[in-house]
Design a protein around this ligand. Structure first.
Ligand code: HEM
Length: 423
């Protein structure tokens, strides 16, 4: 079994998340979150209960919430467990180059707003996404998948992470934003660079921001049936700066999780004999695979987070004002202390925590939009390449080294070569 690597942490002040004895904290970093995180979460839960004292990168203390009930409780009480990262009691210990800064550095987007202001911003996003014609989106996703497959179908081999899954969500977002086809490739390139760690990330982010500003100006002149136009005319009277910020959040929030949902679903279907049997013609099983991935290999395995607004108790722990609670979404989904029967067929059971929950959860109908994108593109892939098979042994597939996301580095496959547009 994976070792928890108890750590001798140093950060933290008495009485906060940093108050647990140093030797009793789990280091929330390192390769053990990569290959078999489920075993690790079970081990953490057994040893620490539903709320575990952890150390983030740089030995900063926090709580990892692995209990289903506790994640539900936190996400359902936005008053006690709030979202504005400026509430964190560890800011004095955060170095300027801290690798997790992108998750916690406050910006004026919907992500870090609270209460009435959050309802105003998130409500507008929900309304704008509800305006997306899902039939239209589905037809567009079929075209996206077809074009991507056309690019590799003649070769008989592909990496379905790099050449397929990672490329899809942004192309779908560009369509929902009513962007011109010519502006899309540059945006896709810049968003990809901006989401990576490295010196090019910030300039790329600024280019994406400028592109959103230009898009908004164009939509003001010529509104359409798209997300930015909807936000511009929304009764909540958003400013241009607010809309640009929130278009950036929606873009980033859609990209990596949806790409991983697609990649993890294809992996499941190619490695689990229940799906292999139905690959030729078994369309119904894509929905089942998508749902199982949300339970067992969810794209956002851990999420930062919530901040206690006052001293309280949670899962038998004393939590202090300003403590950071990391939502252990994958761990919560696998929590044996729920009323859910995990041995039962999960088809149709959507009670997982994979989209978060409550006021700050993935805003309705974003999960539906993500499902249209994921389901359509996986179905097209299986239709176009019916003898698709893994090109490497399943055990040699490598997960990306992230505590936060769950997705493969590469998904090498082989199939009978076909020609563009052909079956
Ligand atoms: C079209 C695709 C998607 C869009 C547009 C989208 C949009 C968003 C937005 C705007 C937020 C911030 C909500 C807020 O601060 O109030 C959010 C949060 C979140 N999304 Fe999504 N998302 C998408 C796909 C996904 C997928 C596929 C997953 C995982 C399966 C996911 C999981 C989450 C989680 C875990 C949160 C945080 C929830 C919480 O704090 O309780 N999203 N999403």
């Amino acid at each position: 079994m994976t070792d928890i690597h108890p750590s001798a942490g140093t950060a933290g002040t008495a009485g906060t998340a940093g108050s647990a004895a140093p030797e009793e904290r789990v280091r929330l970093s390192g390769p053990q979150f990569q290959q078999d995180p489920a075993a690790l979460y079970a081990q953490i839960r057994r040893r620490f209960g539903p709320v575990a004292p952890v150390l983030l990168d740089g030995d900063l203390p926090a709580w990892l919430v692995t209990g289903y009930r506790e994640v539900h409780q936190i996400t359902g009480d936005a008053h006690l467990f709030a979202r504005d990262t400026r509430r964190w009691n560890q800011w004095d210990n955060v170095p300027a180059d801290w690798p997790l800064l992108p998750y916690v550095q406050h910006n004026p987007s919907v992500m870090f707003t609270e209460a009435a202001e959050h309802r105003r911003r998130a409500g507008a996003i929900g309304d704008a996404l509800a305006g997306v014609d899902q039939f239209d989106l589905r037809a567009h996703c079929e075209r996206i998948a077809d074009r991507l497959i056309d690019a590799f179908s003649g070769s008989g081999e592909a990496d379905l992470v790099g050449q397929f899954a990672l490329r899809i969500p942004l192309l779908a977002v560009a369509k929902m934003y009513g962007m011109s086809e010519s502006a899309t490739p540059q945006l896709v390139r810049d968003v990809a660079i901006s989401l990576d760690v490295g010196p090019d990330a910030i300039p790329a982010y600024l280019r994406v921001q400028e592109a959103m500003g230009r898009l908004l100006a164009a939509k003001r002149d010529a509104p359409g049936a798209d997300v930015p136009s909807h936000l511009l005319r929304h009764p909540s009277r958003l400013t241009d700066e607010e809309i640009v910020q929130d278009l950036l959040v929606v873009t980033a929030a859609a990209q990596q999780p949806t790409a991983n949902w697609i990649g993890n679903t294809i992996r499941l279907m190619l490695t689990d004999s229940r799906f292999a049997m139905t690959l030729s013609g078994g369309r119904g099983s894509v929905g089942q695979a998508l749902n199982e991935v949300l339970w067992y290999d969810t794209p956002t395995q851990n999420f930062i987070g919530r901040f206690a607004t006052r001293d309280t108790h949670l899962g038998g722990r004393r939590v202090r004002t300003g403590d950071l609670l990391v939502l252990g979404l994958a761990a919560a989904n696998a929590d044996p202390h729920t009323s859910l029967d995990m041995s039962a067929d999960l088809m149709g059971n959507h009670a997982h925590m994979s989209f978060g929950h409550g006021e700050h959860g993935c805003p309705y109908p974003a999960p539906e939009v993500a499902e249209v994108i994921a389901r359509t593109t996986v179905e097209v892939l299986l239709d176009r390449l019916p003898d698709l098979a893994l090109a490497v042994p399943a055990e040699s597939l490598v997960w990306r080294p992230s505590v936060w996301m769950r997705g493969l580095e590469r998904l090498p496959v082989a199939f009978t070569p076909t020609y563009a547009g052909g079956g």
